[in-house]
Design a protein around this ligand. Structure first.
Ligand SMILES: Nc1nc2c(ncn2[C@@H]2O[C@H](COP(=O)(O)OP(=O)(O)OP(=O)(O)O)[C@@H](O)[C@H]2O)c(=O)[nH]1
Ligand SMILES: [Mg+2]
Length: 201
């Protein structure tokens, strides 16, 4: 099962995967990423190390498609997904060919993923920051609406302005499931886990 996180830069895609892994009780991530020479390299990272190395303090951070296995026994079921962390997709067509290539690779992943988690920054709705939800997000929500398993994660619900942002997102993206989440407080993680389990069943 492939779970792909997708969204604009800096919305929290990578932190969502790392902190959700922590929530599941994992202590390290087995991360697979391109080695730059056409192959893949595998790294085992503690979650602290993953936060330091994989998350963005500067935008954009994730410049490759990186994967990690999320796994946890749940009763008789076993939650096991290959999480695919993708580079942020900026608004509009980038003049940078590398960025366009990454965007194309990400969109290709969406066509094969069993689960698509579209992350938006609920606290940035009324801002002009690059992570502010925009036309790309709306188009993705329309596309996602047709998929078997698609959810919008309205992230950063711990931040000022996020409640109004969530309302605006709900108005704009009607008919798609929207889950309010904070990667910092872990709000919504239980619901995200339930959603994954339902999708896997
Ligand atoms: N307050 C708050 N900050 C968050 C939350 N989630 C992510 N952040 C912050 O948002 C910034 C970006 O997080 P990342 O996980 O690197 O975002 P990303 O979407 O992977 O970014 P790119 O890889 O550049 O596309 C970091 O400074 C995080 O600490 C959240 O729920 N609450
Ligand atoms: Mg990232």
């Amino acid at each position: 099962m492939h779970l792909v996180t997708v969204g604009k830069p800096n919305v929290g895609k990578t932190l969502l995967l790392i902190n959700f892994a922590a929530y599941l009780g994992l202590t390290e991530l087995r991360v697979e990423l391109p080695d730059g020479e056409g192959g893949q390299q595998v790294k085992r990272l503690s979650l602290d190390r993953a936060r330091r190395d994989l998350m963005s303090w500067s935008t954009p951070k994730t410049r490759v498609i990186q994967t990690a296995i999320l796994e946890q026994p749940v009763g008789r079921q076993r939650l096991r997904v290959l999480a695919v962390d993708t580079p942020g997709i900026p608004e509009g067509i980038s003049p940078n060919p590398d960025q366009r290539h990454l965007t194309a690779l990400t969109l290709e992943w969406l066509t094969t993923a069993q689960m698509v988690v579209h992350v938006v920054d609920a606290s940035a709705v009324h801002s002009t920051r690059p992570e502010s939800p925009g036309a790309f997000d709306l188009a993705l929500a329309r596309y996602g609406h047709q998929l078997a398993s698609y959810i919008v994660v309205a992230n950063k619900m711990d931040k000022v302005g996020s409640a109004e942002g969530l309302r605006a997102i709900r108005d704009a993206y009607q008919d798609v499931p929207i889950l309010p989440v904070s990667c910092i407080t872990r709000r919504g993680f239980r619901d995200l886990k339930q959603w994954i389990l339902r999708t896997m069943a």
